[in-house]
Design a protein around this ligand. Structure first.
Ligand code: MG
Length: 300
């Protein structure tokens, strides 16, 4: 089996949609605890306008307070060149620069038409490269949009190809709405992996329609080696109707381990953090393994 890397995005994709303010020191503690639980890649914040995403207003503080471990990739999401500059000043050396394949979602999420977002992407890449950052190029809503419905595979593939031609270090396609299905994932990702020609290819999956794990398997079969997840199945986009969680980190790791693919993730430690977060948020999170492991413990 191939080596699969899990990128934890709970501190960004997860926290960004929560109404209850999460104190900065708590975010920092979660980032550090997730790394201690074996996550080798983690997206810790996003550099977006605090007016639109208030929960991410402490991006700089989170970056400066997290004790960084060697060999771990700490990333931040950016949607414009100003965000890249903030990430540089915050000391990150890897950014996920992302644009949406849906014009409507792009206008709501980044306040830009698809065409304007493409121009901005070039600027983000230019600034990041000038500062020596590594860049993940992202395409959001790659497998469907709640506003526009089906998104043309041709448009998605053209965006991905453009990112690669512009020189991104890795490429990520996001099923931001969970509308993707294994056939579409396999078809699109097989082509992207081929074009990436050795550069890492990532999939960002949401489990909105219950297809998250099936889509991960289709991604693996297509040659994708990095999967974005969120502990407890946290996650969503403030600008997508009905958006729900990412696939849960501990659920993805559990399936991979059972398939003989090692991730280095300590399931129980991640599950314990998910349970703790449920208590803090005072609601049930969608991940499964945190409940399964709790049942296991109760049976001992
Ligand atoms: Mg997402």
């Amino acid at each position: 089996m191939p080596i699969i890397l899990i990128e934890e995005q709970g501190p960004r994709d997860g926290f960004q949609v929560e109404k209850k303010p999460i104190p900065t020191e708590m975010k920092v503690r979660y980032v550090e605890a997730l790394v201690e639980a074996g996550l080798q890649r983690i997206q810790i914040t996003s550099f977006v306008h605090p007016k639109f995403v208030p929960q991410m207003a402490d991006a700089e503080e989170v970056c400066s307070h997290v004790k960084k471990q060697d060999g771990v990739l700490y990333s931040g999401l950016v949607l414009n060149a100003k965000g890249v500059e903030r990430a540089v000043r915050a000391g990150l050396n890897h950014v996920a620069a992302s644009i949406s394949a849906s014009d409507t979602h792009s206008r709501k999420n980044a306040n830009k038409s698809l065409e304007e977002a493409q121009t901005e992407f070039e600027e983000m890449l230019r600034v990041a490269k000038a500062e020596g950052l590594r860049v993940r190029g992202g395409v959001q809503c790659a497998f469907g949009c709640r506003y526009e419905g089906k998104i043309s595979e041709k448009v998605v593939l053209e965006l991905a190809k453009r990112h690669l031609d512009l020189g991104v270090d890795e490429i990520a396609l996001a099923d931001s709405t969970g509308m993707g299905n294994p056939d579409a994932i396999k078809r699109v990702m097989t082509q992207v992996v081929q074009w990436a020609d050795g550069r890492p290819v990532a999939l960002h999956l949401h489990d909105t329609e219950g297809k998250g794990m099936a889509n991960m398997l289709a991604g693996i079969e297509a040659g994708v080696t990095i999967f974005d997840t969120a502990f407890g199945g946290l996650g969503g986009c403030p600008f997508i109707k009905g958006a729900t969680g990412n696939i849960a980190t501990e659920d993805a790791a559990n399936m991979l381990h059972q398939m003989g693919v090692q991730t280095g993730i300590d399931l129980r430690r991640v599950a314990a953090l998910s349970q703790e977060m449920e208590t803090f948020l005072e609601r049930k999170l969608p991940g499964r393994m945190k409940d399964v492991l709790q049942m296991d413990l109760a049976m001992i």
